[in-house]
Design a protein around this ligand. Structure first.
Ligand code: HSE
Length: 367
């Protein structure tokens, strides 16, 4: 009998990417899909014969074998404890961060930690949670080095896309670009205009109180924002804290391997990039490192460290909308032969969010 799989938050950004990927991979043919919504129950579901059910109805939720939630952290906080209290014994696959660090919950990134997922399943665990996008994308790019015991620490300086902040933020970035284009058009139209005049026009547009910035709280276009999420003390943000906490949980490191850096929002649409400094435990030649990275999973793409390949293949533009995780600019750093530099780009909505959830569902269906 097909498993009854509930999908919650299917109209949101991560949810829509998930449904799109599930269609592309034929996942819906293997399940009895049920679409649930917190606000639109009764309406026409995107697929199947059942109407949209209420995601706030415990009765509906208890009928599901698997729940896949892209509804966000508040929903998980509200519904998950109550569901388990009511004796729900199905699987809960979640994109939100709420349960990630909970004991008994597994952070899912199967190309990296399939063994951990299998052992959690064998031990009867039921909560499987997608990781933070930056963390998942970093591990997809370099887990081979960790798995060979080569990593002493990692510093990740991020360049995170607008999508990580939400759909409204993606729109706001485009609105900002449009606003700036409009306010600078007369200066731009004159090819003889001086650099200073161009700069003044752009600066005036950025300083204009009418520039849309309600979501980001500042201009992102022609700018960057070196602060993501809340402060967690010691000068760090929660996004930076996740880099260490989640990567160590995913890899099951004991002792932990330090990961730290500064997380920055930039004006890319849906790809997160990271400049990595990796302190290696020993001096491994670059060609061996390249071999390890090339072989670690089927999605990683090693980009040659030269200008043309880098501009063509190692950018948000090149990677956006694909499952490829690109890594390039590989070089030993001047600090010494143990210091490796690299740059990586991945789609924040695919490997960074929806794909690990979709693959977890497949793992359950294949059991
Ligand atoms: N927290 C991430 C960001 C997105 O703000 O880019 C989701 O993991």
């Amino acid at each position: 009998m097909k498993k009854r799989v509930g999908i919650i938050g299917f109209r949101g950004m991560v949810g829509s990417v998930l449904v799109e990927r599930m269609r592309a991979e034929g996942d819906f043919e293997l399940i009895e899909p049920v679409f649930l919504s917190t606000s639109q129950s009764g309406g026409q579901a995107p697929l199947g014969n059942e109407p949209i059910r209420s995601a706030l109805s415990l009765e509906e939720l208890l009928k599901l074998d698997v729940i896949v939630s892209c509804q966000g952290g508040d929903y998980t906080t509200q519904m998950h404890p109550e569901l388990r209290k009511q004796g729900y014994s199905g699987y809960f696959i979640d994109a939100a961060s709420t349960l990630r660090m909970a004991e008994g919950a597994t952070i899912i990134l199967d190309p990296v930690n399939r063994a951990q997922i299998d052992s959690a399943l064998a031990n009867g665990h039921k909560d499987f949670i997608g990781g933070n996008c930056t963390v998942s994308l970093m591990l997809m790019a370099i887990h081979g080095l960790y798995q060979r015991g080569l990593v002493e620490w990692v510093s990740s300086m991020t360049y995170q896309a607008a999508s990580g902040a939400g759909a409204k933020n993606m729109r706001e970035l485009l609105l900002q670009l449009g606003f700036i284009a409009e306010r600078t058009s007369s200066v731009v139209a004159n090819a003889a205009e001086s650099a200073l005049a161009l700069d003044r026009a752009a600066a005036n547009a950025l300083a204009d109180a009418a520039l849309p910035q309600a979501e980001f709280g500042a201009p992102l276009a022609l700018n960057l924002l070196p602060w993501i999420d809340k402060a967690v003390g010691e000068g760090a943000t929660r996004e930076e804290w996740k880099g260490h906490a989640e990567s160590n949980k995913i890899l099951g490191n004991d002792p932990e391997i330090p990961v730290d850096g500064i997380c920055v929002r930039v004006g890319a649409m849906r790809c997160h990039s990271q400049g990595l400094t990796i302190k290696l435990k020993r001096d491994v030649p670059l060609d061996q490192i390249e071999g390890i990275l090339r072989e670690q999973n089927a999605w990683v793409k090693l980009v040659e460290n030269e200008r043309q390949a880098t501009l063509a293949e190692l950018s948000p533009k090149a990677v956006s909308g694909s499952l490829t995780v690109a890594i390039g600019r590989l070089k030993k750093l001047r600090m010494g032969p143990h210091y490796l530099g690299a740059f990586t780009v991945g789609d924040q909505l695919l490997w960074g969010a929806a794909e690990p959830l979709r693959r977890m569902l497949r793992i359950l269906l294949e059991r």
